[in-house]
Design a protein around this ligand. Sequence first.
Ligand code: MCN
Length: 779
Amino acid sequence: MTTQFFGERIKRNEDPRLLTGRALYVDDVHLPGMLHVAFVRSQHAHGRINAIDTTAARERDGVIAVYTAEDLGDYWQPGPLLVPPPPIEHCVFNQRTQVPLAKGKVKFVGEPVAMVIAESRYIAEDAACEVFVDCDPLDPVVDLEDALQPGAATVHDDLDSNVAAHVIQEKGNYERARAAADLVLSRRLLYDHGAAAAMENRGVVADWDGRTHRLTVWDTTQAPIPIRNGLAAMLGLSESQVRVIAPFIGGGFGPKIMMFYQEEVLVPWASKRLERPLKWIEDREENFYATTQERGQTHDSEIALSSDGKVLGVKDVFLHDTGAYVPYGLTVPINTQCTLLGPYDVPNYYTEFKAVFTTKPIVTPYRGAGRQHGVFVLERLLDIAARELDLDVAEIRRRNFIAPDAFPYDNEIIYQDFAPLVYDSGNYEPVLEKAKEMIGYDEFLANRPEPEDGKAIGLGLVAYVEGTGIGPYEGARVQVEASGRVSVVTGVGTQGQGHFTSFAQIVAEQLGVDVRKIDVVTGDTDQFHWGAGTFASRGAVVAGNAINEAARDVRAKIIALASEELEVAGEDLELVDGTVRVKGDPQESIPLAELAVRANPMRGAVQPGTEPGLEATNYFGPERGATAAGVHAMIVEVDRETMDVEIRRYVVVHDCGRVINPLILDGQIHGGVAQGIGNAFYEQLMFDETGQLQNGSFMDYLLPTALDVPNVEIGHEETASPLNPLGIKGAGEAGAIPVGPLFAQAVENALGEEGLEILEIPVTPSRLWEMVRASEEDG
Ligand code: MCN
């Protein structure tokens, strides 16, 4: 195999279409006779519905239908459980999934109560305001600890508490390690998260065609095939009667994997019932309430160390806010639990969590998916331990790294993919050293720069791992067409990750065809029938390897046919520039286009069993996930008056195995860091004591802008994964994971305040100001 495409910094194929506004998004779909949908949503976090009066709305000109839960009949069912709990010995799980329209009770502000269909969105919105929901407020369930008190109001009437899940996992014996330790530190740490705030909100267009008995749905989903399968089952259709298209999507970041959003269940149902195409596009305000979010955890954590800074054990007990329903199972808290140990050799670990139902919007994964919560806990404990033991923060990390010869490394707990948490490969010290070198770590410590205007300057450096590339499987079909172009189809959807180019590079490498002649299709269930979706940084590992397998099969077909045609042994042939040619004799060649025509004969006999075409379908399913790793370092300047923090430099050194496209990878990391900065410093969903979101608009919910996101300097190490033929690990979430603890460490380092410990994220300037004042008063 030549290496002309894999690993190259090739510009993204898809960008000309995206940048010139010629890409199709869901809202670009306009169909004749299309109607528009608006939803009536709960105003209360928790309330008993007495009656819903839709009379005025139904009578409004242009309104076609108004539906409540009662109108849905047997179609009214709780949604499916997307991910059942893994087989963990101590795991209690109370499955409660969202319903299409609230019946009897509302459980969070924004929960859909009624659906209005009208000639235009304007009419639908006006009519939605005329639906009167007679609802008696009930006690809200907001604070996690209060929610678990005896006598607290319960979110689900049929449960006697708000415990959604209780999970314990153990490695070794923490109590024994604690007894033998020289230093034991315990802290309470809070980690809050926010909204994914993708540029494009959600949307669904559904078109039931009564003549062909087929349903076509355009959906901003990250998982078109599971949506197709679920819709077919719910609507009593065969899977081949339903086509789900996930066209270009302006960011998913996790929440668009949710299955099923209420709107995704209702819009296709109503289209079938009315035999009219319907469109619903979420507005920004709805996005703050109706799209899933990630949210707070409260950790009570302890670390036990020897006097030389070696970690002997960690204990972590936490509460996780799951919102009103738990459709995504335990993925987020299990990720927290399983990512907390990071790249470190921790022999003893006790980890316990309770997931808690609250009367708030549903929590599902958002870029990092709970990993950052765990990384925050251990990285902060290491910082505090380093201070107590008078060790350098980089050194305490280095001393605890898993040694390169200790892989595969068994953490002896179960991961979100149901497999044991065994890291496949890693070599962490060179990553740390490169990050130190790039940021100028030693020079900074030896000669701390003098900031201007009374500002404080500080350095931070943290490490993390990212579990990526989980199963079950993905598939792909690769075909050389008679035009000489190559078509590639796979079941995953794309929300901006550059798949059209990186997947093309994998095929280009196998077939010797320029990436610009390779057309990749993702997210159309009529093109490919099997697969799971884009999440957990699995596209490159799972779909990428499936594509590689299919391309390899096509390569074998090409060689076999060309060897017959040219009367040359297969091993003497090579694939270069869209041709098959004899090694050392480039004149002896056949263009792939011509070979593709010959592979599809129109006359004459072929051998029995001959498959037409230069085409193959293949699949890949990894045994378990591949573990990527990295170190982030940054230099900040803190204004002591305003506590505003400016990032002077930001360095990422990352190891995700073999890299398909370093340009795309850098973009992925850059985007992740931007979201991590938002999480660390700007973004927090603020709920008041009644469960009302206080900052559900971009006027109040702060996103970092281009002014706040620095240039990110990126370095790579490559430790191949042994778990897939391409040696890849995923990378999509890496940028976002360790920013919180990095930020906390760097700010503490800058301020140098005795007793200042940043144990919560996000930290806004005003919160930082309060903390500094508190530490000064204590001091
Ligand atoms: N890549 C590579 N070499 C590697 C690993 C990855 O060149 N060793 C490339 C891949 O080929 C792909 C991209 O990097 O083009 C991301 O690959 P991967 O890490 O496999 O992630 P996925 O394709 O599974 O994408 C999902 C991941 C997740 S979980 C979130 S959340 C996220 C993210 O990707 N959401 C995103 N990145 C995003 N980027 C954009 N623009 N929009 C989102 O919604």
